[in-house]
Write a new protein. Sequence first.
Length: 215
Amino acid sequence: MQVHLDPHPLLELGLVSARLPRPLGELPSPDWLLALLSPAGGAAIDDDATRAEARNLLRPGGYKPTGRGKPASEYLVRAAAEGTLGSINLAVDANNAVSLESGLAISVVDAELLAPPLRVARGAEDESYVFNASGQEIRLAGLLCLHDAEGPCANAVRDSQRTKTHAGTRELLAVVWGTRALEGRAQAAVERFAALLERAGAEVTAREVLSAPRD
């Protein structure tokens, strides 16, 4: 799947495309995957340097990655440590496991709900999208987002309700929000995500890491 990257001083974008053997709702997460989400089962990266660099990735353009606007990876670390990180579905559980292990925020979307062309760019001043079933919105001004032909649809903080995975999902696209400041981290996350999906029976159709041209 082709993704154009706008210039950015830090972005290394990881991509994993996969095809599921059956609809997502028919694929419960195996025990070995759920174990990675428990306080004892995963090897979560939780250090100041990683948190700082994951936030720094989002600062160019004026976005402030603090409070409720911080990267989703930080919420996962806390939930895992508290034992409150429950199963959602196979795709999201694999996503969360890799995010914990890498310290990077990762988006996972239903690839069949995307309308090409795809690009990663900062959100415009007046852009926002709904991120959950109750209709809550996130403002996207200055925030790095995956865009399709219909507008922004995913980012390192909260993904759009419009393109989230669901029970009928068959095609996945995972987006690893990596940074040049954590050398090799995005590539390792891509390989780990692909390996988890393959172990769960999915066919990984593409995996790559793209570096944005510098500003």
